[in-house]
Design a protein around this ligand. Structure first.
Ligand code: E4P
Length: 213
């Protein structure tokens, strides 16, 4: 899930289908909470990786922030922006076996650099590319192909998802992970023929007068 809203995360974790959470400074701001409290609480709600983003822009300060965030819980993944300092930080953290998510990726060349820096995840933003008239999904296709060509271990984590179609197309291309806004996640359950079919099954069942229990 792409969210820092504790209530939303709690609600959707009940589905047992959530593998991890991504946050970013804007989502933390929207939550209204303190970043350290929010990340710690989220880490207690899911077993999988929880991406917590550094907000410093220079390598040294990023490393200090990362250390603080890593102390919050064992499932923290450090999120760094795709800048030169971000990739230095990524390289140093991954050398020490820290899971790193490199965010704000908008080109295949950036994704190559992130893989070389040892990123665990690369986050290409499909929706924001679509917003400026480019194809976000074409970028996913390119990154998956390049990573496969060179057997890079970095996982492609599709971000900035705007709808169910982005999820389906990312899966068809072979992306490793998608981070989904709660609205889109809920929409993934729905199909009008499921509702119509269930209604008919229940009505026919009622006519039999039977009960399984
Ligand atoms: C990714 O990790 C980001 O948090 C997120 O997907 C950004 O999405 P947006 O473009 O909807 O803000």
């Amino acid at each position: 899930l792409d969210s820092a809203d504790i209530n939303e995360i709690k609600e959707l974790c009940k589905t047992n289908l959530i593998d991890g959470i991504t946050t970013n400074p804007s989502l933390i701001a929207k939550s209204g909470g303190n970043i350290l409290d929010v990340i710690k609480e989220i880490c207690g709600l899911v077993r999988g990786p929880v991406s917590a983003e550094v907000t410093a822009t220079d390598h040294k300060a990023m490393m200090m922030e990362a250390e603080k965030l890593l102390n919050l819980a064992e499932n923290v993944t450090i999120k760094v922006p795709l800048t030169s300092d971000g990739l230095l930080t990524c390289k140093e953290l991954s050398k020490n076996n820290v899971s790193v998510n490199v965010t704000l990726c908008f080109s295949a060349s950036q994704a190559i650099l992130a893989a070389k820096a040892g990123a665990t995840f690369i986050s290409p933003f499909v929706g924001r590319l679509d917003d400026i008239g480019q194809s976000g999904l074409d970028l996913i296709y390119d990154i998956v192909e390049i990573y496969n060509n060179y057997n890079y271990k970095t996982q492609v984590l599709v971000a900035s998802i705007r709808g169910v179609n982005h999820v389906i197309e990312s899966a068809k291309i072979g992306a490793d992970v998608v981070t989904i806004p709660t609205k889109t996640f809920k929409e993934m359950f729905n199909h009008p023929l499921t509702d119509k079919g269930l209604k008919a099954f229940l009505s026919d069942w009622q006519d039999t007068g039977q009960s399984i229990l």
